[in-house]
Design a protein around this ligand. Sequence first.
Ligand SMILES: NC(=O)c1ccc[n+]([C@@H]2O[C@H](COP(=O)([O-])OP(=O)(O)OC[C@H]3O[C@@H](n4cnc5c(N)ncnc54)[C@H](O)[C@@H]3O)[C@@H](O)[C@H]2O)c1
Length: 373
Amino acid sequence: MTVRFAVVGCGVIGRLHAEVLSASPDTAVSVLVDVDAAAGEKVARQLSPVPPVTTSLEEALARDDVDAVAVCVPSGAHAEIAVAALEAGRHVVVEKPVDVSVAAAAPIVAAAAAAPVGTVASVISQHRFDPASVVVHDAVVEGRFGRITSAVATVSWWRSQDYYDSGAWRGTWELDGGGALMNQGVHTVDLLLWFLGTPVEVTAHTGLLAHERVEVEDTVAAVVRFESGALATLHATTAAYPGLSVRLQVLGDAGSAVIDDDRLRYFHSRELASAEAAGDAGVSADRGDRSDQTALVLPDGEDADPAHGPMFTGHSRQYRDIVEAIRTGGRPGVTLDDSLLALATVQAVYESARTGATVRVADVLRAVQVPAP
Ligand SMILES: NC(=O)c1ccc[n+]([C@@H]2O[C@H](COP(=O)([O-])OP(=O)(O)OC[C@H]3O[C@@H](n4cnc5c(N)ncnc54)[C@H](O)[C@@H]3O)[C@@H](O)[C@H]2O)c1
């Protein structure tokens, strides 16, 4: 069964969704929707077959060849589109962040709960599907690093003033929901929670240090304490010229790993080292930065899509998971609860920076009576 999509929002990421969906034999693009017809037409011309374009979501949802809706509009408009799609009986795939606040995202949770059994609602967090992320997550779950004691996460990027000036919604609380952490860093927050578990409380500072005409922060430094007792530092900036890497260190009392720009740079497990020393072929205690890393990190022989780049590959991998969930009625790899927890953590960072107090993540979730995941 081909899953047929309406892609709503045809900007930077909507174009990527449309290309990924039309490139796979498992999916198709039935219609493109954008309030700006020219934006929709521009993307349509890149696709084969060329899909119809409309400025009306209602018109797209009235079609009988739309099984699912990809929500690729500015973050603060995600809920409006996703709720309409769920109420019209469609599966939804929402770009990250799920919306700009837990309160704004709550109607999606309610609409998904009211939808028929088997309706899939997933949120894009494509880095969960990077082979390096999967290797580290599996190692954490299998106890290969022992007790996870801490993590260091940094998103050290550069975004020019032109980037913030390129869309009226960028850098606004209403539609972007935040700055370096909400827009650029939420992927890393999601990975941090995937590896370390439930966050309990956050203490943070934010600053706007290298940009103008922006309401939100371009730099964040925070400390997160987890239910397990583990501690993490979380840093995100769009003010690190010329743009360095995204790096996540996961550190345990029996092993550690480092992911840098989506690649496994370091991996060591004491338990695997013992097995290796005992001659147990087939295990490997040290995995990062080795000549066979490509084979290890990319088990199915895939690398970044040569024609489109790594972002295309990340979205393709996540769409494979979503299509599987739609076909089998199973749970997608990234659920609404997952995305709400990441969003609540980002909000807790902002509230802590604003008030100077330590903020409990559960209080941010409870504020809108969304059950804590
Ligand atoms: N997963 C990722 O790595 C990734 C990367 C970039 C952006 N994003 C997310 O994707 C979303 C869009 O970002 P972008 O950079 O593509 O923005 P963009 O400004 O390039 O594109 C947004 C498009 O949505 C259209 N639009 C606005 N409101 C609409 C509405 N109500 N109905 C239909 N169309 C509407 C606009 O006309 C525009 O064409 C954001 O939530 C952003 O956080 C995710």
